[in-house]
Design a protein around this ligand. Structure first.
Ligand code: M6R
Length: 607
C-alpha cells in the first residue's frame, strides 16, 4: 500500500504535492519522492525514511516553478526501502517519470524482455520496469496516451499509476486496476490521488475512477478513457462533504474499523505472487531454499503470538511438522534447548518488537535458521532473519492489531499448504480444495462483514454492563479465544480471559455467575459436541453465553451468532472479525479511545 498524488494547475506544485503526501502518509511512510518538470527538465527527488527526510532535501533546492508534478509515499512490498527503490522511477531516456501503487506480477518476464532490447535498471522494483515499458511503447506508438495503454495491456497485476513526461510539462496521465485512484476537479487545477484527503483542501469535487480507466489531466481539462481501447468513458463528478480526518479513515470513525473492513483485501494481497489459481498450487519462493523444517519453534508476542498458536494446530495437522510456540519474552530468558535441525519462525507485524528480536538473536546464536514473518519491509526482524516472508497487509495504524493477524493467519495457511505438499504429508485433494476456497474467501468475507458488524453492535449493547468476559474455544479456536479476550481488554478495558474450553472446569468455572458472560466459539467441526458440553457447564452456573455457530447447529445458548460455514481452517477467517467487531463495538459504545488505547504503544521496542 502506497500513496500517490498528481497535480496540474496554477500553484507551485511541489509544496502542494508534499502537503498531499503528508495526508496520505497513513498509507505508507518508508520512503517518498516527487517528480516535476521545471525549466524544461524532468527532475526526480527522492529520500528514504519518513516524509520529513524528503522535505529536508527539497528545502535545499529551488522547486517552486513547476505547476505540475507527481508524488509518492511508499510502503514497500518488494525491495528494501532505500532511495534507489523509492518512487518516482524514470525510464532510461530520463524523460518519463512514474509513480505506482500496486504490484506488476509479471515484471520479471517484462524486465528480461526489455533487458534483451538494451534497457538497464537501477532499482529492484517492478515500477522501473513499467516506466521502461511505457518508453518502449512510446517508440512504437509515438503518443504517450497510446504508449500507456499498450504498456498496461502487457502488464499483469494491480496498479494505480501516474506518469509525467519532460516534453509535456502540464500533463499527467494516470490509470487504475485494483488499486485505489480518485480524481479531484478544481478551478484551473486538477488532481489524481490514491485517496481524497490528498487534495481535500483544494477541491471537494471528486471523480471515483474504476478498474480499467486511463486518465489524462492538465490544469484546465480532464478526460477518462478505457485503458484498453482508448474509447472515452463517461464519469460523474461527486461532491464530498467529509473532513480530512474522516476521509483518511475512508469515512470510518476509527482506523480500527477501517482495518477490520480491509481484511478481504488483505487476504487477497497476501496471496499475490504465491498462489497459482489454475494449478491450485502454493509457491513460496522466499523460503524455497530452506526445505521443509523438521521442527518449528514459533516466537512472537501479543496478537502475533496468537497467530503463531493458530498456525501450530494447522502445521502439525497438515504439514506434520512438530511445532512449539512461545511468547518471545519467555523464550529469550528461559534458556531453551533448541533442536539443531529445527527452524525458528519469528512473527511480528511491526518487525521491531524487542522481545521477538531477542528471540531471533538467541536462535541464531544456537545456529538455527530464522524465518521472519512480518509486515514492515526492511524492519529489524526482516533484516536480522535469514529468510523473510512478508504478510503484505499494508500499514496498520490502529494500536489494536486486526488486519495484521488476518494476514498472519493467511501466511500460516500458505506455509501449511506449501510445506504439507512439499513433504507429501498433505494430500493433493485437500490442498487443491483449500486453495480454491481461499481464492473465494475475500468475496465471502466482504459480503458478510456489514451484517457481522450489526450483530456485534447489538450484542455489545446487551452486554455493555459486564465487567468480565470469558472467551472459550477448542483447537484452532483456542488461539482465537485468546485473541478475542485480548482485543476486548485492550480497547474496552473490560477484563477478559481466553481459555481452552476443556480447561475451564479446572478453575475459571468458579467465576461464572449471571453477571459474568461467556463468548464461545462452537463451530461446526468434530469438537462441537465437546464445546457444547462445556457450555452446558457454564449455563448450569447461571452464566449467559454468546456463541459463534454455523448454520443448522444448535448450541443451546442465549445468543447464537451464526456465521456461514467455510472449508476447514477458513472458518477462522470469519470468526476472527466477529471477535474484533464485538470488541470494537463495545469499546466505541463505552466511549473509549479505540485507536489509541491507554498505556499501549503500536510497536513495543523496549522490554
Ligand atoms: O508488531 P508485533 O506483531 O511484534 O507486535 C506484537 C504485539 O505487541 C501486538 O500484537 C500487541 O499485542 C497488539 N496491541 C495487539 O492488538
Amino acid at each position: 500500500m502506497c500513496g500517490i498524488i498528481g497535480y496540474s494547475g496554477h500553484r507551485p506544485a511541489v509544496p502542494l504535492i508534499v502537503e498531499g503526501l503528508r495526508r496520505l502518509e497513513y498509507r505508507g511512510y518508508d520512503s517518498a519522492g516527487v517528480g516535476f518538470v521545471q525549466a524544461g527538465e524532468l527532475s526526480v527527488i527522492r529520500a528514504p525514511g519518513k516524509l520529513g527526510e524528503l522535505e529536508k532535501k527539497l528545502a535545499r533546492q529551488n522547486v517552486f516553478q513547476a505547476t505540475a508534478g507527481i508524488g509518492h509515499t511508499r510502503w514497500a512490498t518488494h525491495g528494501v526501502p532505500n532511495e534507489a527503490n523509492a518512487h518516482p522511477h524514470r525510464d532510461n531516456s530520463g524523460k518519463i517519470a512514474l509513480i505506482h501503487n500496486g504490484i506488476i506480477e509479471n515484471y520479471l518476464e517484462l524486465k528480461k524482455e526489455l533487458a534483451a532490447k538494451g534497457y538497464t535498471f537501477s532499482s529492484q522494483t517492478d515500477t522501473e520496469v513499467l516506466a521502461n515499458l511505457i518508453s518502449e511503447g512510446l517508440k512504437e506508438k509515438g503518443d504517450l496516451t497510446k504508449a500507456l495503454s499498450w504498456a498496461l495491456s502487457r502488464a499483469d497485476g494491480a496498479w494505480a499509476i501516474a506518469v509525467i513526461h519532460q516534453d509535456m510539462p502540464g500533463v499527467i496521465h494516470a490509470a487504475r486496476r485494483s488499486s485505489p485512484l480518485v480524481m479531484g476537479i478544481g478551478t484551473g487545477e486538477n488532481f489524481v490521488a490514491s485517496d481524497i484527503p490528498a487534495f481535500l483542501p483544494y477541491t471537494r469535487e471528486v471523480v471515483f475512477l474504476d478498474d480499467g480507466d486511463l486518465v489524462r489531466i492538465d490544469a484546465d481539462s480532464w478526460e477518462v478513457f478505457d485503458a484498453a481501447t482508448l474509447a472515452p468513458r463517461e464519469k460523474k463528478v461527486q461532491h464530498i462533504a467529509w473532513d480530512v480526518q474522516s476521509a483518511q479513515k475512508g469515512g470510518h470513525k476509527h482506523f480500527m474499523i477501517k482495518e477490520i473492513f480491509e481484511q478481504p483485501k488483505v487476504i487477497a494481497d497476501c496471496l499475490v505472487g504465491r498462489v497459482d489459481h489454475e494449478a491450485n498450487l502454493v509457491d513460496l519462493p522466499e523460503i524455497e531454499a530452506l526445505g521443509v523444517p523438521e521442527r518449528l519453534h514459533i516466537v512472537a508476542c501479543g496478537t502475533s503470538f496468537h497467530a503463531g498458536l493458530w498456525g501450530m494446530y494447522l502445521l502439525e495437522k497438515w504439514a506434520k511438522i512438530p511445532v512449539q510456540v512461545e511468547i518471545a519474552s519467555e523464550f529469550r530468558y528461559r534458556g531453551p534447548i533448541l533442536d539443531k535441525k529445527g527452524v525458528v519462525l519469528a512473527i511480528s507485524q511491526s518487525g521491531e518488537t524487542a522481545d521477538t528480536l531477542a528471540g531471533i538473536r538467541l536462535a541464531k546464536e544456537q545456529g538455527l535458521p530464522v524465518i521472519g514473518l512480518c509486515n514492515v519491509v526492511g524492519s529489524s526482524v526482516a533484516r536480522e532473519s535469514d529468510y523473510v516472508m512478508y504478510t503484505q497487509a499494508g500499514p496498520e495504524i490502529s494500536v489494536a492489531s486486526t488486519k495484521a493477524m488476518c494476514s498472519q493467519l493467511t501466511s500460516m495457511l500458505l506455509l501449511a499448504l506449501y510445506w504439507g505438499r512439499r513433504s507429501g504429508a498433505l494430500d493433493q485433494d485437500t490442498a487443491a480444495r483449500c486453495v480454491r476456497e481461499l481464492a473465494m474467501l475475500p468475496q465471502l468475507l466482504e459480503k458478510e462483514l456489514p451484517g457481522m458488524r450489526e450483530q456485534a453492535q447489538r450484542l455489545s449493547r446487551l452486554h455493555a454492563e459486564a465487567t468480565s468476559f470469558l472467551y472459550l474455544g477448542r483447537d484452532a479456536c483456542y488461539p482465537l479465544a485468546l485473541e478475542g479476550a485480548l482485543k476486548l481488554k485492550e480497547i474496552s478495558y473490560i477484563h477478559a480471559e481466553g481459555y481452552a474450553a476443556g480447561e475451564m472446569k479446572h478453575g475459571p468455572i468458579a467465576l461464572i455467575d449471571p453477571k459474568f458472560p461467556t463468548f464461545a466459539m462452537a463451530l461446526d467441526d468434530e469438537l462441537f459436541p465437546k464445546v457444547k458440553s462445556n457450555l452446558v457447564e457454564v449455563q448450569a452456573r447461571g452464566g449467559t453465553i454468546i456463541a459463534l455457530v454455523n448454520p443448522g447447529l444448535d448450541a443451546g445458548v442465549d445468543h447464537s451468532w451464526v456465521l456461514p460455514k467455510a472449508f476447514g481452517p477458513l472458518n477462522s477467517f470469519l470468526a476472527l472479525p466477529a471477535l474484533q467487531l464485538f470488541a470494537y463495538e463495545m469499546a466505541d459504545y463505552l466511549g473509549k479511545d479505540v485507536d489509541q488505547p491507554r498505556n499501549l504503544a503500536k510497536s513495543v521496542t523496549v522490554e
